[in-house]
Ligand binder design. Sequence first.
Ligand SMILES: Cc1cc2nc3c(=O)[nH]c(=O)nc-3n(C[C@H](O)[C@H](O)[C@H](O)COP(=O)(O)OP(=O)(O)OC[C@H]3O[C@@H](n4cnc5c(N)ncnc54)[C@H](O)[C@@H]3O)c2cc1C
Length: 561
Amino acid sequence: AQNGATVCIIEKEAEAGGNTLVSGCSFQAVLDCLVWDPKDPDATTGVYEYTGETYNKAKSDKGRLDTLRTILNWSEEPFNEKVEDPAAIKSVDDYDLPNRGVHPEYLETLRTLKQQIRAYLDWAEPKLKAGAKETDLTLFSTVELHIFQTYYGGLRLNNDKTKWIYSDYDLVHQLCTEILPTKEWLMDQGSLFQNESSTGTLIGCLWQRINRFIGGKVNGEQIDGKWGAYFAVPLNTVLSANNKNTIMYRTKATELITDGNGRVTGVKAVKYDGTEVEITATKGVILATGGYAYNREMVIETNDYWDKDDLSPDILSTNRPLAMGEGIIMAQKVGAATKGMEFTQLMPLGWVDTGHLAGGTGENVIYISPAGTPNAGKRYVDESAERDVLCQGAFDFGGEKGLFVEISNAGNRTKENNVEGRLYICTLEEAAELLKIDAETIKNTIVEYDNAVRNDTLEELAVPKSAATALIGNYNEDGSFKEDGLLAVRYLRPSTHHTMGGLVVDTSRRVLDKDGKPIEGLYAAGEVTAGFFAGNRLGGNAVAEIIVSGRIAGESVTKNN
Ligand SMILES: Cc1cc2nc3c(=O)[nH]c(=O)nc-3n(C[C@H](O)[C@H](O)[C@H](O)COP(=O)(O)OP(=O)(O)OC[C@H]3O[C@@H](n4cnc5c(N)ncnc54)[C@H](O)[C@@H]3O)c2cc1C
């Protein structure tokens, strides 16, 4: 629309938004002003050039240095795909990725990242020796780290351990470098973000890189929340650019129209009252129809990652019922190639009763196995790990269909916050009664964990943890466990969340056919596409991708015509 094209949006629901509307809308992007700057390493504040505002630098979480040291020792040999003993691989940890090497496209990024980490450690280590804590250090964060974590966070083996999948370097590089300019493009249009806090985490996001929205300004009026930031503002841009631009709600696209040369020239659709319509597209069609995580049949049919018993037909979903994969099917009918559909992301933090997203991060909680399992009352996984690792842990050490128990410090929550069957704010004794697990076992788990957080010995825990931000228990002044302190207990289990596979696209978001050639007139953006996240997506990378790709697809469709 900004390039002068006439835009017609076809939306099958009664309102815009799709899954994005129910999402946390948090996205990953490195904001340089908030993180460690090698040119001014002791700086405690930084200026965000785009706004001219000064912000305090963010501090590191406990455990981040271990991750940086692991990357520093990452083998630079070509990636070794050989799996000697498939049966010995029970989880992603058993892949031993740092010793397998790196795919050649990512080697330069790894080398640059190592140089950045070395410079950071040269600055940090004397401070640590002089008594500073890791949490006193300014946070290390670079675009190269974002690229490399997106790569290894998605580098996975299929179910029988015979095939590896990893993200397309060009797409990942473009995503991680374009996300900040894209955020600023939204800000130019009126979107508002909490820039000073864009270093938080989200479940399975691996680093402090999360950006959050505030709202948006449209014609001088402030509209709060994600609706303002992601919908009101861009919809206003589209609709005010040209009075012919329109949104056809309650209109379901059913087929792509092609001319005799295979060029996509429009869309067939059915309106809410059954009227069939054809929309002609002179410049092109952009598919932004989302993924298919609600379509359990399609997820199970394409699955080659999860064990069949774990991905059962009655698994619940965080998604809205609109995520059915119709865009993928329409594009396949005009010759589009697909990839990566064997890998569906399950969300560990699904409410036990509905499967809807319970939300949260892994750094300030522990997960324990429920009663009736051999590991009852004990931790079984690094809660700050990737989502597939957390779900696999839940299936292996949890109860029925991966049921597990999350415990955190209640903070300022009270029993008023209790939700029957889901969330309980309670003392240790009450938690023990509720969970039917011996109080001493739960207490030992909490105290052992909290001691490791206090003493910076997370890697020495029986189940090590990669990053932690909070204690779980409450303690008296003499350090003893405060029996009447409040804990928060949640019942959770994995549900289908995101489909990493889909249509094959290039860096202009042209949809490619099976020979790798662009299908004229057809573009795609968002969860309908593949190539970005391979076997597992980091939390906060999907919203980054949809806004980066949406902008690129829009530009391409006008530039290519
Ligand atoms: C509960 C939840 C929380 C999440 N939180 C986050 C988060 O905080 N950060 C993050 O990065 N990711 C998050 N994700 C993932 C992320 O939100 C999604 O991957 C992303 O929103 C997908 O955007 P999209 O534009 O591709 O698809 P959608 O937002 O789903 O939009 C697709 C649209 O296409 C329409 N459509 C589909 N088929 C047709 C058809 N045949 N005809 C017409 N219209 C059609 C749909 O109705 C829908 O409006 C979350 C996901 C969920 C479910």
